[in-house]
Design a protein around this ligand. Structure first.
Ligand SMILES: [Fe+2]
Length: 132
């Protein structure tokens, strides 16, 4: 369901590969949402969020390192957006620990934020990074 579309490729292999992996986490969340055979999805939400956060931290650091290496001027805007995203993931994780909300609702919320952020950020922000 969620995967890299041709228009998401920015032409820098390392970054494209990492974006591909981020879509895989979105797809995992989508699969979990539609999994009718797991009555309690708590642990799996936890695992997805944790893997997603760890991988995103690595990805942002790689991407920022690349931007530094080519003296990219808009790196500051990028860093701010990256921090906001990590902060939101932390919020999802904290909120998840409360166990107050409906699990599918939680997954939908995560999925919506993740995919909208990714697509917008890739198309309009990462898409501007020069190929070096
Ligand atoms: Fe970025």
């Amino acid at each position: 369901m969620y995967e890299m579309k041709p228009e998401y490729y920015i032409g820098i292999d390392m970054i494209d590969e990492e974006h591909k992996q981020l879509f895989k986490y979105a797809d995992e969340a989508y699969e979990l949402l539609h999994d009718e055979f797991t009555p309690d999805k708590y642990d799996r939400i936890d695992i997805i969020l944790e893997n997603l956060r760890n991988y995103t931290v690595k990805h942002f650091s790689d991407e920022e390192q690349y931007m530094e290496s080519i003296n990219y001027k808009k790196i500051f805007t990028q860093k701010v957006q990256h921090q906001e995203f990590i902060h939101k993931l932390d919020e999802f994780m904290e909120h998840h620990n409360d166990e107050v909300e409906d699990q599918d609702e939680q997954i939908m919320e995560i999925l919506k934020y993740l995919t909208e952020w990714l697509v917008n950020h890739i198309l309009y922000v990462d898409g501007q990074i020069p190929k070096g």
